[in-house]
Design a protein around this ligand. Structure first.
Ligand code: PMP
Length: 425
């Protein structure tokens, strides 16, 4: 069901924040790529569950039964959201980082891993060592496909895994996932999709894309913090040692005097030791369902604002956008440098003088950001990132463009000093 033409409302749209002058203005949150605001309907779903939540699985009480049902239903809702196979395991984690680390711990010994060096640290760092091939970031979608083909042709025989992001957290560019998956398949490799940035902005269908694993986070799809998920083929996960050990991950523990005998549970419980985050998982699943009902409006809203943002930013003297795949479409993420202006200073002044929240730094992708910023002719290794989503309005975008123009052409209204690596007014 589609509910009219409006996009789903977010919580905190009328939040007012103090400026350095003491005046208060509506907060322009242009940092959706870091964490998206909670949807109003997600908050309602959480509110509804709060009186009922209890520990799942092991409780016989009515509230435990309700919570268990809610928790297990969330697996089906996630599976549906990303078009997973009914046989796929749905393991709830803390976030995408946790999900990708779980996958890294679960691959068979000696698995050859291939990835681009433009990946987020969550996808890059769990895979180090002699079996990992890091491909220098390509400059076009076609080059990405060719480079992966070459890398896999040279990969040792045995199990193989490709990791790729759906959308870059640095540039918002969409990676040619379906084409990369075809290449992976041809070389007998599995492919895992880091959907942390893709899932909030575009429908993801694992079956149509041909990917074997999908990871994403609740807090980037408009649910509060604390829950993420890894969905994918169950066999490796089933053969792996439990990710955490403790209650829930075992079906039977026996005392053999000098040692404990432990029978580990099957997936997904095998990797979900401890009391699970029922409320977080419920919020994540609610967000999945709400987004699924509004793709058309969501994509149209974001693309309109993205065009407005890029057209406005291009009129700022010195503005240079970071780009990896120069031919790719993108979601609402724009990272940029302005020669002569430190990224941290710009971000601090935008917040203090204009009530605008953006991000500065290297966005947990130090390798690629360092390279792109240098290509832009900057001596820094940092950029500013503005990212939009369902909480963004045209006024936020226009305010950012006007504020940057003033900062660049007239300078700040306040003086700033650097303290502990941050600029403070
Ligand atoms: N992958 C990408 C592409 C991301 O943008 C992020 C978050 N910035 C992550 C992984 C990690 O997500 P989380 O912090 O929720 O674990």
């Amino acid at each position: 069901k589609t509910t009219g033409t409006a996009v789903p409302a977010v919580v905190g749209a009328d939040l007012r924040v103090p400026l350095v002058t003491g005046e208060r203005v509506t907060y322009a949150n242009l940092d959706h790529a870091a964490s998206a605001p909670c949807l109003q309907e997600v908050r309602d779903a959480v509110d509804e569950l709060l009186p009922w939540y209890a520990s799942v699985h092991r409780g016989a009480g009515f509230a435990s039964q309700v919570s268990t049902r809610v928790y297990e239903q969330a697996r089906d809702r996630v599976r549906k959201f990303i078009g997973a196979h009914s046989s796929d395991a749905v393991v709830f984690t803390r976030n995408t980082t946790d999900a990708l680390n779980l996958l890294a711990r679960s691959v068979p010994k000696g698995t050859a891993v291939v990835l681009f060096d433009s990946e987020h640290h969550a996808a890059l760092l769990p895979w180090r060592g002699p079996n990992v091939q890091r491909i220098p970031a390509p400059t076009s979608s076609g080059a990405a496909v060719v480079a992966l083909d070459r890398a896999l042709a040279a990969a040792p025989v045995g199990p193989r895994l490709v990791i790729v992001t759906g959308a870059s957290n640095v540039t918002g560019e969409l990676w040619p996932v379906a084409e990369l998956a075809k290449v992976a398949r041809r070389h007998g490799a599995r492919i895992a999709l880091d959907a942390a940035q893709l899932a909030p902005h575009r429908p993801v269908n694992a079956r149509e894309l041909g990917v074997d694993y999908v990871a994403f986070s609740g807090h980037k799809i408009y649910a509060p913090f604390g829950a993420g998920v890894l969905v994918g083929r169950a066999d490796w996960l089933q053969q792996a040692q439990p990710y955490l050990v403790g209650g829930g991950a075992t079906s039977k523990v026996t005392d053999h005097g000098d040692r404990l005998g432990v029978a580990w549970s099957a997936v997904p419980e095998r990797h979900e030791a401890g009391s699970p985050n029922v409320v977080g998982v419920h919020a994540l699943a609610a967000a999945c369902e709400i987004l699924s009902r509004h793709w058309e409006q969501t994509v149209a809203h974001e693309q309109e604002l993205l065009t407005r943002l890029r057209e406005g930013l291009r009129t700022i003297p010195g503005f240079r956008e970071l780009s990896i795949l120069t031919d790719a479409d993108k979601v609402g993420v724009v990272s940029f440098t302005i020669p002569g202006f430190d990224a941290g200073f710009l971000a601090a002044a935008l917040s203090a003088e204009y009530g605008i929240g953006v991000r500065d730094g290297a966005f947990c992708a130090h390798v690629i950001v360092g390279r792109l910023v240098k290509q832009n002719g900057s001596h820094e290794d940092r950029a500013v990132r503005a990212s939009i989503g369902l909480g963004t309005t045209a006024e936020h975008v226009d305010r950012l463009v006007a504020a940057l123009r003033t900062l660049v052409t007239e300078g700040p209204k306040w003086t700033y000093t650097q303290r502990d690596g941050r600029w403070v007014p």
